[in-house]
Design a protein around this ligand. Structure first.
Ligand code: 13P
Length: 393
């Protein structure tokens, strides 16, 4: 990464505790704070573009459509409507989603799996071009999935750093402008200090490599819904996880203005005896974010994590009832796709109805981003929870 004149104060506490004198190397002026140190963030050649990309994704009334399921996970979606997991069926499903007329009114970015990034419609138009024509930024899942973490309490870690720089450069050439890396933290398994540290370090290395190659990194430590713990325990774990994530992001000189976050909402465990209201969830989630996320970060794009479509939308709406320092929005997979699959059933004659179903969900979440959503008139299907114990992506 080229060293440039981009010098700024690093928000991380660690930057302020060194014993060195601070010198702004360009100004040449005498240091004024003898006991403080200026941290130099080395902006790469892509910095301005990253900031612009992140801002355009985090634009009012817009969120992300996550359709980056691996082939195996996409197979689970297709199986739910009786379709085989073939490349043709995956292409047909992604084509239906990505060619929905008017999608760009509510969706500013779409996360793709590698297969989709290189794929075209049946008419031969690249999916990436469909997105660009619809004013939607193409993104790419770059992690290589979860494997057991030896030495932990049955926890996992996320693979994919080897070769990531060259893969990212290729994805950029292919049209991707942002990336996603999802790792998970399990509350019932501890989480162990080792698992949290590994998750945070992996995310930070990935974020630095993505920025170096022109991709805005979505930072996603998913705190799984599994467990019977109360909401206060989720808040405690989320604070711990995000503290470590930001510590290592700063250590890796990641430019905070050029990232997006994908947190889990702070909710009780899925098996806790009491459900929480959207107001309680919004309250706890915003408390956690205010304590941990610098306002330099442009956007918080929540995952849905197994909540029902309506729940995910109501919770987002509750978080946007008063102004936030960041754009607070969605990056849902299940909570945008469930109704679509049900409407489609793999039949070409249902494609239009399925696209309408996608627009209904996208518009509902767009309104929730603006704090103007009401669940009135939502159908029963959209209220069905999608939590699956021990769910793997
Ligand atoms: P869900 O909204 O289904 O939890 O998906 C999250 C995700 O990470 C997909 O990119």
């Amino acid at each position: 990464m080229a060293c440039s004149s981009f010098v700024k104060l690093n928000a991380a506490a660690s930057s302020w505790i060194g014993g060195h004198q601070s010198v702004n190397s360009r100004s040449g002026s005498a240091p004024r704070f003898s006991n403080r140190r200026l941290s130099v963030v080395r902006a790469g050649s892509y910095t301005d573009e990253l900031v612009k990309t992140a801002k355009s994704i985090a634009s009012p009334g817009h969120g992300i459509l996550a359709i980056d399921e691996s082939n195996a996970t996409c197979g689970k979606r297709l199986a739910s409507i009786g379709l085989d997991n073939t490349e043709t069926n995956r292409q047909a499903y992604r084509q239906l989603l990505l060619t929905t007329p008017g999608l760009g009114d509510y969706i500013s970015g779409a996360i793709l799996f590698e297969e989709t990034l290189y794929q075209s419609t049946t008419d031969g138009k690249k999916f990436v071009d469909c997105l660009r024509d619809g004013n939607i930024v193409p993104g790419i899942k770059v992690d290589k999935g979860l494997v057991p973490l030896p030495g932990s309490n049955n926890e996992s870690w996320c693979q994919g750093l080897d070769g990531l720089a060259s893969r990212s450069a290729e994805y950029y050439k292919e049209g991707a402008r942002f990336a996603k890396w999802r790792t998970v933290v399990s509350i019932p398994c501890g989480p162990s200090a080792l698992a949290v540290k590994e998750a945070a370090w992996g995310l930070a290395r990935y974020a630095a490599i993505s920025q170096d190659n022109g991709l805005v990194p979505i930072v996603e430590p998913e705190i799984l819904l599994d467990g019977d713990h109360p909401i206060e325990r989720t808040l405690e774990v989320a604070e711990k996880v995000w503290a470590e994530v930001f510590y290592y992001l700063a250590e890796n000189n990641v430019v905070f203005e050029g990232i997006l976050l994908k947190p889990s909402m702070v909710t009780p465990g899925a098996e806790h005896k009491q459900k929480a209201s959207p107001e309680t969830i919004a309250n706890h989630t915003l408390t956690m974010l205010r304590r941990r996320v610098p306002p330099a970060v442009p956007g918080i794009m929540f995952l849905s994590g197994g909540q029902s479509e309506v729940e995910a939308t109501l919770n987002l709406n509750a978080m946007n009832q008063s102004p936030n320092p960041w754009h607070v929005s969605f990056s849902y997979a299940r909570a945008l796709q469930n109704s679509v699959l049900k409407a489609w059933q793999g039949r070409p004659e249902n494609a239009e109805a399925a696209q309408k179903a996608l627009l209904v969900r996208a518009k509902a979440n767009s309104l929730a981003q603006l704090g103007k959503y009401s669940a009135e008139g939502e159908n029963e299907e959209a209220k069905k929870g999608m939590f699956v114990k021990g769910y793997t992506y």
